[in-house]
Design a protein around this ligand. Sequence first.
Ligand code: KG4
Ligand code: ZN
Length: 338
Amino acid sequence: MILSIESSCDDSSIALTQIDSKQLIFHQKVSQEKNHSCFGGVVPELASRLHAETLPLILEKTKTYLKDVQAIAVTTEPGLNVTLLEGVMMAKTLAYALNVPLIGVNHLKGHLYSLFLESAAIFPLGVLLVSGGHTMLLEAKGFHDIRICAQSLDDSFGESFDKVAKMLNLGYPGGPIVESYAKKGLRDFFTLPIPLKNKKQFAFSFSGLKNAVRLQIESEKAENGILSESFKENLCASFQESAITHIMQKCKIFFEKNATSVTQWKYFGIVGGASANLALRNRILEMCNFYGVQLLLAPLEFCSDNAAMIGRVAVESYHNKEFSSLDTLQTKPRMTTF
Ligand code: KG4
Ligand code: ZN
């Protein structure tokens, strides 16, 4: 089996995956959300220290399996350098001690493979990746053939939820909180801009929308002094509506292009932490139905960061004999390649 480690941001996670059956033997994840909540976002040094404390505690639980471990996999890119390093140091130590090969895994590829945790991957595939660090439309034709078709010019979809939550003092991570406020509000209460609406640009942008939210908050504070619950609910609903409409407008271009392509994909996946957003899921499902494409989703528990998806990618690398050595395995905070 493969032992995999994830520490690219604020989740410490270890998994064990059987190589031939792809079966998940063990998985545990400890989220640091509560530790960062009072700061309104992830504090890298604190996150790194918490990984150093938590990863060994999780590893302890895998003790009885260590004799059967045939490779160690770890997220190497993209992510926070100081937190990636914690996982990589543990991976190198384990690989050395157990005398097994190392496998470096791209975190975003991990999110993609969260669709196929205990099954064979399906290609070709269209993918919307929405996480705290990235917003991308991908075309995946194989393990080594994943193309970025569109991505964000500034903030990511998930990050914009985090920033809106911070401005409204709702805590971190913002995604689930803003979504729950949005459920109680009116989505057409505020007229917020839909990013890149009249632009042909096949890309995403969320910083202008975030700024429009900030202006609404400032004018409400100037007028009433405080922000009422109903104000927050209506603002979250209107923000979420604009953010999702923006995603849908760019997805429409993607689906239209696909409909006329010779190498059409018939499956479309939404992955990443923000793929847990129910309003987004429902709108994408409608689009998939319209274009006759089948929607693939990861189990909710595996939408956000986890080591199981890293182990799943590593199974493919293991079969391809794509290993790294103690000397060559490095962290790359900015993504280099899939
Ligand atoms: O994939 P992930 O766990 O970490 C990264 O790789 O970045 O994604 C975390 C992001 C956070 O920005 C969080 O606010 C967002 O996913 N998120 C959501 C929802 N649940 C999590 N965004 C919108 N709606 C949600 N329900
Ligand atoms: Zn992630």
